[in-house]
Design a protein around this ligand. Structure first.
Ligand SMILES: O=C([O-])CC(=O)C(=O)O
Ligand SMILES: [Mg+2]
Length: 534
């Protein structure tokens, strides 16, 4: 039989067996046949373009397998290589060259005024991978996929944005395939003016939008949050999302730790290894853990120690960056403490939290020392992706003889140690931002207030089932993310109402049960697929 060119006016014949085979199964097998994480990422991104409903259904039905590809850790590889794996436009670039007409660029996005949520990065600090410039777009896309899968936000109301403002990473400027503008990043004044124009234009073009700032370099992350949070519907995921998720896991971990030690919850002493936007964001959020227990802010602050690349942060250190001053210790006057084991011996922490992006910073010495000081040492190596994690789960279990209360930023698999199964926690903002966003959107909150973030965190910590508590987990199982996001959204709506920032008055008179039902009914579901779209 000879092959002839297909006449495009003739509908190709579809083999009948296609209708008998579950195409979802076919796609899963295709996905699993890819050898590397990056190839899987490329496959899924193509599937999303060909058949978005099928893509989201597959994601929802195989969360534990697919989320680590769309999101941390594999999204880190996708970002690092984005200019090379790029296939087609799939998000919105707003470049420094569009200064003066940013609103026209935003209007090119197909969604228009019905947009509800944008994730915006400037690529300057992607995960712990540094300044990736225009290669940062997949982080916005991945976070929005989690809004869709995890909270049930409608895909057509999302806007992934990368601000293309140049990069200070020479490797990319020299790369002939680099997608972004080839210049160094602008100075503060030019950047601030750009951000002001951008945020004004966002409000004009997408009036109902919630903006999530993502992976801005530390100083800018704090500055833009402060500049914009009372004027626009905006939050910063690395500061507030990470803060809330860690607070939530910490509340549960502290209960386990205190129970084992027979001490009070407020006796916790927390050592932060890493004092960037995430470290300080989390430390600030933990203040509320202690104040909820009745401590004053000053007493709460004294329970927290921060460490950066120069060692324990003390108030007498010269040239301390603005965001580090609040937690700088005033009660230590000896020679600078730089070695982590020395710092631990001085502080005697009950909890060690890593936000340093330094791989294996929690060495065997460090972990064993924590175990010698605590019956249940709390160790949260939170840096992303896994390649930058402060300690691997298996090591943490072995070096503490199984006593560790562990949560990492990126996923680890359960392990067996001396015949017993151990399950790690994943203290990743993906537990918080989908529900926080959903609650903000449905309540039409004008701003994202501190108490909305705090209540999201408390709702997450309270969401564990008895079975999850009995398994000593500090976070619920990811598989329940939709329900958890709805519960978080409920808490966020109530907090918005208390703060008087909600503009959806309809929800005020509903009981919690009725409101939860309304929220769940608003969660988008992919229509079921049995055969490929033809
Ligand atoms: O995306 C993640 O996995 C968590 C996060 O925001 C970061 O590490 O910057
Ligand atoms: Mg981030």
């Amino acid at each position: 039989m000879s092959l002839t060119a297909v006449n495009s006016t003739v509908t190709p014949r579809i083999p009948p067996y296609l209708f008998d085979t579950d195409h979802r199964q076919r796609c899963l097998i295709q996905l699993r046949s890819k050898a590397t994480g990056l190839e899987k990422y490329i496959y899924l991104s193509g599937l999303k373009e060909r058949d978005p409903h099928l893509f989201y259904e597959l994601t929802l039905n195989n969360l534990l397998e697919i989320v680590p590809i769309l999101y941390t850790p594999t999204v880190g590889d996708a970002c690092s290589n984005y200019s090379h794996i790029w296939r087609r436009p799939e998000g919105l670039y707003v470049s420094i060259e569009s200064k003066g007409h940013i609103r026209d660029v935003l209007r090119t996005w197909h969604v228009g005024p019905s947009a509800r949520i944008a994730v915006v990065t400037d690529g300057s600090r992607i995960l712990g991978l540094g300044d990736l410039g225009a290669n940062g777009l997949p982080i916005s896309i991945g976070k929005l996929d989690l809004y869709i899968a995890g909270a049930g936000i409608k895909p057509t109301t999302t806007v992934p944005i990368c601000l293309d403002l140049g990069t200070n990473t020479q490797k990319f400027l020299d790369d002939p395939l680099y997608l972004g503008v080839r210049c160094k990043r602008p100075g503060t004044e030019e950047m601030d003016a750009f951000m002001q124009e951008f945020m004004d234009a966002m409000k004009e073009v997408f009036p109902q939008l919630l903006v999530q700032f993502e992976d801005f370099s530390t100083d800018n992350a704090f500055r833009y949050l402060e500049m914009f949070r009372s004027k626009y519907r905006v939050f910063n995921d690395d500061i507030q999302g990470t803060g809330a998720v860690v607070l939530s896991g910490f509340i549960n971990a502290a209960k386990l730790g205190s129970q084992a030690a027979g001490t009070r919850l407020e006796d916790q002493r927390i050592l932060f290894f890493g004092a960037g936007s995430a470290g300080i964001g989390v430390a600030k959020q933990l203040i509320s853990f202690f104040t909820l227990l009745g401590l004053t802010e000053e007493e709460a602050k004294r329970r927290i120690y921060t460490v950066d690349s120069k060692g324990l942060i003390t108030a007498d250190r010269k040239g301390l960056q603005e965001h580090k001053i609040y937690f700088a210790r005033t009660d230590y006057s000896g020679p600078p403490l730089t070695k982590l084991t020395d710092i631990i011996n001085y502080v005697k922490p009950t909890a060690l939290l890593g936000l340093s992006t330094i791989r294996n910073a929690f060495s065997e010495d460090v972990v064993r020392l924590m175990a010698s000081l605590n019956k249940r040492p709390i160790i949260f190596p939170l840096s992303n992706p896994v390649s930058l994690c402060e300690v691997d789960y298996a090591d943490a279990v072995e070096w503490t003889n199984g006593s560790v209360v562990f949560a990492s930023g990126s996923p680890y698999k359960p392990i067996e140690f001396e015949g017993k199964k151990y399950e790690p926690g994943q203290g990743n903002n993906m537990y918080i931002f989908p529900g926080l966003g959903l609650g903000t959107i449905v309540s039409k909150a004008r701003h994202v207030t501190d108490s909305m973030v705090e209540q999201a965190s408390i709702a997450l910590s309270a969401s564990l089932t008895k079975e999850e508590k009995d398994a000593d987990l500090v976070y619920p199982r990811l598989i329940r993310i939709r329900d958890i996001s709805a519960q978080i959204a409920l808490a966020v709506v109530r907090a918005a109402q208390k703060d008087g920032v909600d503009e959806n008055a309809l929800f005020r008179n509903l009981s919690d049960d009725a409101l939860l039902e309304v929220i769940q009914s608003k969660q988008w579901q992919p229509p079921s697929h049995r055969s490929p779209r033809l």
